[in-house]
Design a protein around this ligand. Structure first.
Ligand SMILES: [Zn+2]
Ligand SMILES: [Zn+2]
Ligand SMILES: [Zn+2]
Length: 344
């Protein structure tokens, strides 16, 4: 059973995922490259038996489960840092606390095509990706032992994608993640002081300023945040107030979300020549009522600079590009792509 260990000083929880069975010497560069080269891709059609059985697949009618014929395939993560277990325990180890890492990890394979970069997938495929996010989110949302569902995507090896085949990941876990907690605390404080949603206020402020807006459609606004942490940090936020990503169907239009996600990723891909990036969806915790103060959104963090000693030592970021400049660059790039697309 994987464990969570609590730091006695800060109270921060760390997941110790020993089931990945990494020996300390496997962290040398040479060892990592041999593993990557030796492996056959478990996410390609025809290799379905290399993964645990699928929990969801969108497939051509008539094709059997765990066989080719799918456009999206979701499977449990073989190397899960969290496990679902009915008897999760919390216990002391000397003066320290540890508890079982209760949760579940899934891999959402975005396309049967091993070499199709997600930013260049057709709109219909991006809509299916979004649909798979919503479908799995809703399944885990109903599980009473879970507190939080995080959906994320790593693009490129420097951003942590260990397999080239495009895939997203879902972590449904029994605690509210520390980074998210900071955001939630801020939103709760703002609601108490101003009686309003801080995300709705941010959209108003960004719209008024205009200079950091990258694009928008009827349902979503895309912008570089005023205090962006890294070059080209980009947020996609629904215009209509909604706390939970699980309400996407009702509260906003999935097609509108897929449109801005695809256009933004394409703009990054074309504008910066396929940079590594991470994105993740922040949604309200599964327990408690955050309907008024929280507002779901997607954050894209390109990996163009490396977090170094200063960031690790302070928790504070140094951004070497003004968000106004990165927004102008991306906006121009996305508009050009749209013109070329409609001309083609
Ligand atoms: Zn593959
Ligand atoms: Zn709001
Ligand atoms: Zn967030």
């Amino acid at each position: 059973m994987p464990q969570l260990r609590q730091d006695l000083i800060t109270g921060r929880w760390v997941a110790v995922a020993t089931e990945r069975a990494r020996r300390p010497d496997s962290f040398t560069q040479a060892a990592r490259e041999t593993v990557a080269a030796r492996d056959v891709c478990p996410f390609c059609p025809g290799h379905e038996e290399m993964t645990p059985p699928e929990v969801l697949a969108y497939r051509t009618t008539g094709t059997p489960a765990n066989a080719p014929g799918w456009s999206i395939r979701v499977v449990p993560n073989l190397y899960a840092a969290f496990k679902l277990s009915p008897e999760g325990q919390e216990r002391r180890d000397g003066g320290f606390w540890q508890r079982d890492a209760i949760g579940t990890c899934e891999v959402l394979i975005s396309s049967p095509d091993h070499r199709a970069p997600t930013p260049l997938l057709p709109r219909s495929q991006v809509e299916e990706i979004v649909q798979s996010y919503v479908d799995r989110y809703r399944v885990h949302q109903r599980n009473p032992v879970l507190e939080y569902v995080l959906i994320l995507y790593n693009h490129g090896r420097p951003a942590g994608a260990s397999l080239e085949h495009p895939h997203s990941q879902l972590y449904a876990i029994s605690l509210v993640p520390p980074n998210f907690h900071e955001e939630l605390a801020g939103a709760t404080r703002f609601q108490a002081e101003h009686g309003a949603c801080v995300f709705c206020r941010t959209i108003e402020e960004e719209t008024r300023a205009g200079v950091r807006i990258i694009m928008e459609n009827e349902g979503f606004v895309v912008f570089a945040p005023f205090a962006a942490r890294t070059p080209f940090e980009t947020w996609i936020v629904p215009k209509r107030h909604a706390a939970s990503f699980g309400d996407l169907d009702e509260q906003a239009d999935k097609g509108a979300f897929a449109e801005v996600l695809q256009a933004t990723l394409q703009g990054l891909y074309r504008g910066l020549n396929d940079p590594p990036f991470n994105y993740f969806i922040h949604s309200a915790p599964l327990k408690g009522d955050y309907a008024h103060e929280y507002h779901w959104h997607l954050e894209i963090i390109p990996k163009l600079s490396i977090a170094a000693g200063f960031e690790l030592g302070t928790g504070m970021w140094i951004n070497v590009v003004k968000p106004e400049d990165s927004a102008a660059f991306l906006r121009e790039r996305i508009e050009t792509l749209a013109r070329e697309g409609s001309a083609a």
